[in-house]
Design a protein around this ligand. Structure first.
Ligand SMILES: Nc1ncnc2c1ncn2[C@@H]1O[C@H](COP(=O)(O)OP(=O)(O)OP(=O)(O)O)[C@@H](O)[C@H]1O
Length: 249
């Protein structure tokens, strides 16, 4: 569960280039909700996600995650609850390491320093089984360096790795923007399945209105740092795909 109260973020405050990126947003997201955020360039979507992740600290307002006040917690302290997938498939994985070693690192992401997980047969089997659920045949390549895979393959694995170490919140910042349509579909379907299977609270930022229509339980449209529209599950069922295009008309 994510609870955001009266959050503001102003960059370069008091300077000629001041930007009010997020302007007094109140947002409550229940556990298991999958919120899709759309909006024009510069409307504050990524800043809002950064405020949840802790990579940006608010000018004022509060963020709490599962009842814990996270407002002043640095991003690495929030990683016990939050996993994040970015647009660039290269950012979530280590190219030179094998798929298996990447999963090993992911499994200890939030564990105390110095802890390591040996690549025993049980761990290997578990990783193979998880990867097989993608239906991409990558479970046969777990000793191959991550750098030899395509962007779509890496992004699908990044998603799986992001939830290896128990997390409750998944933040997806345009995860398919750099992918071809087929890879993008695999990544979106994988995300959707993981969010459902693990009852994750999820936020997806996308410019793909088809994805915004097809995925998620709620759609939010942002404009000028504020929430312009908030369409819940009930309202979403009556929404037509063209309505979304009309919002940008
Ligand atoms: N670190 C920063 N310093 C100064 N200004 C920033 C910073 N980060 C974002 N901004 C500004 O805040 C505003 C909102 O940016 P943000 O990236 O949140 O928008 P967005 O809706 O995610 O846009 P896009 O769809 O283009 O990714 C923009 O005017 C942007 O230039």
């Amino acid at each position: 569960m994510i609870d955001i109260k009266q959050i503001y973020k102003t960059f370069n405050k008091g300077k000629p280039n001041q930007v009010n990126a997020v302007n007094g947003i109140d947002l409550h997201i229940e556990t298991g909700e999958f919120v899709v955020i759309i909006g024009s360039n510069g409307s504050g979507k990524t800043t809002l996600l950064n405020l949840v992740a802790g990579s940006v600290i608010p000018t004022s307002g509060t963020v709490s995650i599962d009842g814990n006040d996270a407002t002043d917690l640095a991003d690495y302290r929030r990683s016990q609850w939050i996993a994040r997938v970015f647009q660039n498939p290269l950012s979530g994985t280590a190219s030179d390491l094998s798929i298996l070693d990447n999963f090993r690192l992911a499994a200890i992401r939030t564990k105390p320093k110095g802890l390591s997980i040996g690549v025993n047969d049980h761990f290997k089997k578990d990783v193979k089984e998880k990867i097989a659920t993608l239906g991409m045949g990558l479970e046969k390549k777990i000793d191959q360096p991550m750098g030899t895979l395509s962007g779509g393959q890496r992004q699908a694995l990044t998603l799986l790795m992001s939830i290896m170490d128990s997390c409750q919140v998944l933040l997806l910042d345009e995860p398919t923007a750099a992918l071809d349509p087929r890879s993008a579909e695999i990544v979106m379907k994988t995300a959707n399945k993981l969010i459902k299977d693990f009852k994750l609270t999820a936020i997806l930022i996308t410019h793909n209105l088809k994805d915004a229509y097809n995925y998620g339980t709620r759609i939010i449209q942002m404009s000028e740092g504020a929430i312009l529209k908030d369409i819940d599950t009930a309202k979403k069922t009556t929404l037509k795909q063209n309505d979304l295009f009309d919002w940008f008309g």
